[in-house]
Design a protein around this ligand. Structure first.
Ligand code: MN
Length: 187
């Protein structure tokens, strides 16, 4: 795990940021977890994270998730985060990597909907999973459509009973599921 989190550690001065340092491998006992953290760094975005093999695989989604199956949201892969990051909410101080407020916008567990493992799907560039969160439920897919330096994936809601074509859930439900505060109330 130490090797997979080396980029996470390299980017941060853990004495200067309130973010957690990787301490120990702590996989979930039941279903694997997911978390979406709204993060107002240089630009506002939503960090989408899925527990896979003891770390949080992560993507930055500038516009956040859409419950409309017709809407594809760009998702840029970022470094693996330690499991402890899933509960992090707070303000990363100026001068640190990703400086700005972070809230836990949604969290819960997920289930792999593919017959292949999550690791295999990530390698092949397509994963599909069912979320059981406070705000997001039902089937979702992440598909890689650009590789290389600007590697980009698309996050899309599956067309099921949890799809909703009206409005934006990021606007309708802006609050933290952890504290009830919005990101503006955190600063
Ligand atoms: Mn971020």
């Amino acid at each position: 795990m130490a090797d997979r989190l080396s980029e996470y550690k390299r980017k941060r001065d853990l004495a200067q940021t309130p973010e957690p340092g990787p301490r120990r491998r702590r996989p979930s006992r039941g279903d694997p977890i997911f978390v979406i953290q709204q993060h107002h760094a240089t630009a506002m975005h939503y960090d989408f994270r899925l527990e896979v093999d003891g770390v949080l695989k992560s993507w930055a989604v500038p516009k956040g998730p859409s419950t409309n199956p017709a809407t594809k949201r760009m998702a840029r892969p970022t470094e693996d985060h330690p499991m402890e990051y899933a509960t992090f909410e707070g303000v990363i101080p100026k001068g640190n990597y990703g400086a700005g407020p972070v809230i836990v916008w949604d969290r819960g567990t997920y289930r792999n909907l593919s017959s292949k493992s999550m690791e295999d799907g990530l390698h092949r560039g397509h994963i599909s999973f069912e979320l059981d969160g406070d705000k997001l439920q039902g089937g979702w897919a992440l598909t890689r459509f650009r590789t290389g330096k600007d590697e980009t994936w698309l996050l899309v809601k599956k067309d099921d009973e949890h799809a909703n074509r009206r409005g934006e859930i990021t606007s309708a439900r802006p609050e933290s599921v952890s504290s009830g505060r919005t990101i503006d109330q955190l600063t």
